[in-house]
Design a binder for this molecule. Structure first.
Ligand code: ADQ
Length: 726
């Protein structure tokens, strides 16, 4: 890999003015801390705003030299643009809207113009620093126009984008006056990543509906370029948070806190002060808990740790007042001499103090109204090295999709939070341990480094897909040649997969029945007696009989287990057995990690990855990736990989579409053969074709097929052309 350019609004170092002098200090929290070790281990450069206005930076050449020595390139922005970009469009428009707070959203043309100017300023710096082979990774909602601006300046650049906040549903996103510009900005990237599959789905829907691009299954076709989207749930630096017991400062801090808290049970709340985090709702629920359970008096303390944030924005000022008021009310109403029910800290704490609090809290109450991911939930679980403690987590935090063993609540349902708190305070230790153990295992494996690595792997994979796609597309010229060869032939064999090839995938397999036009087209193709059309499918023979039984076509059912020649009866072939599981099992395990809810079933001669309990769309996407990935691993193992109904099954070879296709291929001297298919099961067909045959993959993944087409619609129009209908 060449260099990595990380681009984010803020640099990992902030320039600060102290007593009239400029100094640089590491930025605290967020991306910078999470990625610092990963970024240093690579040949990386970071590009971002240094936290200080253009004029001051100009005065200090030394500061610039210091930043450059840390591989940081500052983007200089005027103070007015910082104000209108960051405090304007970012925090008064995008942030509230993307978190589903349309009433807090301000639409101001001046903010938008500043947003454009700042994105252009970033593009200029990146274009000046970037070399052709660099990988560019742009972060977050401050820079959503940047991918397109970079694509215009460097058409071949490798650009990834990751959004750290939610992408809202279409109905919310469409409210934005500059919605198309934002989408166009984003699809300038090669890969657009989100924390959850839901956000990726919202984005795809908006792209499809507003820009009109074909967008499905994690892929967008923008003119002649494909853009991938996917979910990469951000992890934490697990090692760092789970080393509390080895950190003497954290240990000392823990003792100090414990002395102050006495033997009270501790409920912990940690956030930036933001209206998306649901802090007032949390306080109200805690107050209701005390109302209802007088026995908890003097026995429980809510430690409310709040970091000041965006203090110049009106809603944040109001929220501050509201939280101050609620804390005062609760302490006034329930407190006694010597016991303050809410311990309110309005500041940022150093790392060792934060981990000390995590490690002693009996309950972490993490109840955002909406949150892209929420790292606090993950940090708490990681810091509980004794495996005890209970996490209460709101379902509208991205983290809830990975931390299903927490007590999951609806943050707007006060009653549910009160009950969750009561349940958490009473939860038997054994149950706490069982829940945390599973979450810890997951967080340890999928940490921040793995997150970044997976993003990069996917970015490279997307580039590779684009390269293959460009090479293999069946051009109009080639389609004309193909149709001509077919029409001249004296014996033509067409081997056609059905689902995903002649019809698009539909959520319910039964809905994909062929329409009248398709049936008529197939009939036309079979009209000449010298032509043979064979439909090669994974479906059962009953369905194929029902749909195509009267057509005069050959049929292959269940990926080759059954074949039926034109006018003949169904016939079957037998299977073989072999040993190979040790190699395949770990691969399936890593898919289980990345797809919450999925699991592995082990049968005597096969391994099955089930995703029926996972988010259905995510499951489908992962299944396709798994099949692609297994096709490499299993090449030498005499195995086959089959996609069933919400399962991917790996079994020994013996039955496959290729073997079935050979019954037709070798049965006669054909002077024209065409095979079309879309997934890995069709690769077997492609592999048994004699060299002059035409083979076409639908979609742009790796394939043994010689050519590719973008969609079933294109395959059908090619067939129509062959039949002389176009
Ligand atoms: P944030 O909205 O800032 O991040 P979060 O993911 O919880 O939210 O990260 C906050 C970070 O600040 C955590 O690492 C936490 O430890 C730290 N922190 C909070 N309070 C602190 C305190 N008082 N003292 C010291 N440190 C404190 C945005 C999105 C999230 C997404 C992240 C990462 O809004 O949804 O998870 O980016 O993508």
């Amino acid at each position: 890999m060449d260099r990595m350019l990380i681009v984010s609004n803020r640099l990992p170092f902030t320039v600060q003015e102290r007593k009239g002098e400029l100094q640089i200090e590491p930025s605290v929290g967020g991306l910078a801390t999470g990625l610092s070790s990963w970024y240093k281990s690579l040949n990386s450069v970071w590009i971002g705003w240094p936290g200080i206005g253009r004029k001051k930076m100009k005065r200090e050449k030394d500061i610039l030299a210091k930043l450059l020595s840390e591989n940081c390139h500052p983007v200089s922005i005027s103070q007015q643009d910082v104000e209108a970009h960051y405090n304007g469009l970012c925090n008064r428009t995008i942030w509230p809207l993307f978190h589903h707070f349309p009433l807090y959203t301000e639409y101001d043309e001046h903010f938008w113009q500043a947003y454009e100017r700042v994105n252009i300023a970033f593009a200029n710096v990146v274009a000046g620093v970037a070399k052709p082979d660099d990988m560019i990774w742009v972060h977050d909602y401050h820079l959503m126009l940047l991918p397109k601006l970079l694509r215009e300046r460097m058409p071949k650049a490798t650009v990834g984008f990751f959004l750290h906040i939610p992408f809202p549903s279409f109905e919310i996103f469409r409210l934005l006056p500059w919605r198309n510009q934002i989408l166009e900005g984003l699809v300038g990237a090669d890969l657009v990543g989100f924390h959850t599959y839901d956000y990726a789905g919202h984005f795809l829907e908006s792209v499809h509906r507003l820009l009109g691009h074909e967008a499905a299954m994690g892929q967008i076709t923008v003119a002649d370029r494909i853009v991938r989207t996917d979910a990469f749930p951000m992890g934490i630096n697990y090692e760092r948070y789970s080393s509390v017991d080895r950190d003497p400062r954290a240990q000392a801090e823990r003792k100090r806190f414990r002395r102050k808290l006495g033997d009270c049970r501790v409920i912990l709340s940690v956030d930036r002060l933001d209206y998306t985090k649901g802090i007032p709702q949390r306080l109200e629920a805690f107050s209701a808990l005390l109302d209802r359970n007088p026995s908890l008096k003097r026995r429980v303390i809510l430690v409310l740790l709040v970091v000041p944030s965006r203090i110049r924005v009106e809603q944040y000022m109001q929220l501050k007042k509201q939280v101050d008021g609620l804390v005062g009310e609760i302490n006034g109403k329930h407190g006694t001499i010597g016991w303050m029910p809410v311990w309110y800290l309005y500041r940022s704490l150093p790392f060792h103090s934060l981990t000390a609090l995590y490690s002693l809290a009996d309950v972490a109450l993490v109840t955002p109204l909406r949150d892209g991911m929420n790292l606090v939930a993950k940090e708490y679980v990681a810091a509980r090295i004794d495996e005890k403690g209970v996490l209460i987590l709101s379902e509208t935090a991205g983290a809830a999709q990975e931390l299903g063993e927490a007590i999951i609540i609806n943050a707007n349902n006060r009653e549910e939070i009160v009950q969750a708190l009561a349940r958490a305070l009473e939860m038997p230790e054994q149950e706490q341990i069982e829940r945390n153990r599973v979450m810890q295992k997951r967080l340890r494996r999928y940490d921040v480094v793995r997150w970044a690595d997976e993003f990069m792997d996917k970015l490279l994979y997307t580039k590779e897909l684009q390269r293959q796609m460009a090479e293999k597309v069946l051009t109009d010229e080639m389609q004309r040649r193909l149709a001509g060869d077919f029409q001249k032939s004296t014996g033509a064999l067409l081997l056609l997969d059905y689902d995903g090839t002649l019809v698009p995938f539909s959520p319910k397999p039964a809905d994909a029945m062929p329409g009248a036009d398709l049936l008529r087209l197939l009939e036309r193709l079979t009209k000449r007696p010298a032509n043979e059309v064979v439909l090669i499918s994974g479906r059962d023979k009953e369905t194929l009989d029902k749909w195509f039984g009267d057509l005069g076509v050959g049929l292959v059912a269940e990926h080759g287990a059954w074949t039926r020649k034109r006018g003949g009866e169904w016939e079957t072939i037998e299977t073989l057995a072999s040993e190979w599981k040790n190699e395949v099992y770990p691969i399936l395990e890593s898919w289980v990690d990345r797809t919450p809810g999925s699991f592995i079933e082990e049968k005597e001669f096969s391994l099955v990855w089930h995703y029926r309990r996972a988010n259905p769309k995510l499951g489908e996407l992962r299944a396709r990736e798994l099949i692609n990935s297994l096709s490499n691993t299993t090449a030498n193992l005499n195995l086959q990989v089959l996609e069933g109904s919400q399962v991917v099954e790996v079994k020994n070879a013996g039955i496959n579409k290729g073997r079935a296709a050979l019954r037709w291929i070798s049965g006669q001297d054909w002077d024209f053969i065409l095979a079309i298919g879309d997934d890995w099961t069709d690769e077997d067909t492609f592999q048994v074709l004699p060299p002059p045959a035409w083979s076409i993959k639908i979609g742009f993944g790796a394939s043994a097929a010689r050519f590719s087409l973008g969609s079933p619609g294109e395959a059908v129009s090619l067939l129509a052309r062959m039949a002389g209908e176009r």
